[in-house]
Write a protein of this length. Structure first.
Length: 325
């Protein structure tokens, strides 16, 4: 299958998945054939340069297919449940639950592997390269990040991280809206743009500092260890390590970790942790899964009153207001 432009890449993917589509570039639901499994892929095209695909299905057996394209695109993917594999240029890439991946694809030949008898829930947001490059520009038209430089004549480049609490909140809003017949295109578009902005910050702009003074202090290895420290904090936010323990875990001295973390993320280590704790608490309370005391405990606050105070400082209302709704 040859895909010639941005939307046709998605069309080729749907065709390879053996989905019956009616349009080349329109919003529609694409049910998985009964012989192949159950569920559907829901495609939203709120504007010509934006594709949103929500995958919610279970295949009856393992599936494989190939896709070849002569054009380029960028896709931001959030895997919430299940997993799949992608093979490009002899390299294997695995998409796992609770991971966010930013994929830059340029005239690639890909082999897809899908796992059967395993529920898959994922959200993908695709844009053409011209839109990506426009998003990378500042108000003066200068680009801190450029697609061509990022891929550097390679057919594929991938950036990956754990799904952040703030992204989880937006994803849940999108999933809820996707099942509503009254959802407007502008809502899905705005949520997709929020996710793109959030992920571009953490995966591209923060990963590749522009400031030469910062770059001179932090090597690529240092930046990767700081990224590892960030993931440790997200994974252990209910019982976080001390700064010294965190530095030993990632193999970076505590002074460089402290200074580098602030330069990369704009927060101290524990200032960042505080923000992510509150974002996760907000998500849990919005979903109605816990009460205020339970939310405080889940994100590592032993004192519910203190939790309510810092929550109110950040969001401007008491956490109990979400429980009563």
């Amino acid at each position: 299958m040859i895909a010639a432009d941005f939307h046709q890449i998605y069309n080729a993917f749907f065709d390879g998945f053996q989905l019956s589509r009616r349009y080349a570039d329109r919003t529609e639901q694409l049910p998985v054939p009964r012989h192949a499994g159950e569920g559907a892929l829901r495609r939203f095209v709120p504007r010509p340069d934006l594709e949103i695909v929500i995958s919610d299905y279970t295949l009856s057996r393992n599936r494989q297919f190939q896709l070849r394209t002569d054009s380029a695109m960028v896709e931001l993917s959030f895997c919430l449940q299940g997993k799949r594999e992608l093979h490009i240029s002899g390299r294997r890439h695995e998409f796992r639950a609770n991971r966010c991946t930013l994929q830059l694809m340029d005239r690639f030949h890909a082999h897809f592997d899908f796992v059967g008898n395993q529920p898959m829930l994922a959200v993908g947001i695709g844009i053409p390269v011209v839109t990506f490059d426009r998003f990378m520009e500042d108000f003066e038209g200068k680009r801190a990040v450029d697609f061509a430089k990022l891929v550097d004549r390679s057919p594929f480049r991938l950036f990956e991280q754990a799904i952040e609490p703030a992204a989880s909140v937006i994803l849940q809003q999108m999933l809820d809206a996707s099942y509503s017949n009254g959802t407007r295109k502008i809502y899905m578009e705005s949520k997709a743009l929020e996710l793109l902005s959030l992920s571009f910050h953490t995966l591209l702009w923060d990963r590749e500092p522009d400031d030469k003074h910062i770059r001179s202090k932090l090597s690529k290895n240092d930046l990767e260890k700081i990224r590892q420290a960030q993931e440790v904090l997200l994974h252990r936010m209910d019982s976080p390590p001390s700064l010294l323990e965190l530095s030993r875990t990632v193999g970076l001295n505590d002074f460089k970790l402290k200074i580098g973390f602030k330069e990369v993320y704009g927060h101290t280590v524990f200032g960042y942790l505080r923000e992510k704790r509150l974002e996760k608490a907000l998500l849990l309370l919005q979903k109605g899964q816990v009460n205020v005391n339970q939310a405080a405990c889940v994100v590592g606050y032993s004192n519910p009153s203190h939790f309510a105070e810092v929550f109110r400082e950040k969001y401007g209302f008491n956490p109990g207001e979400l429980v009563r709704k």
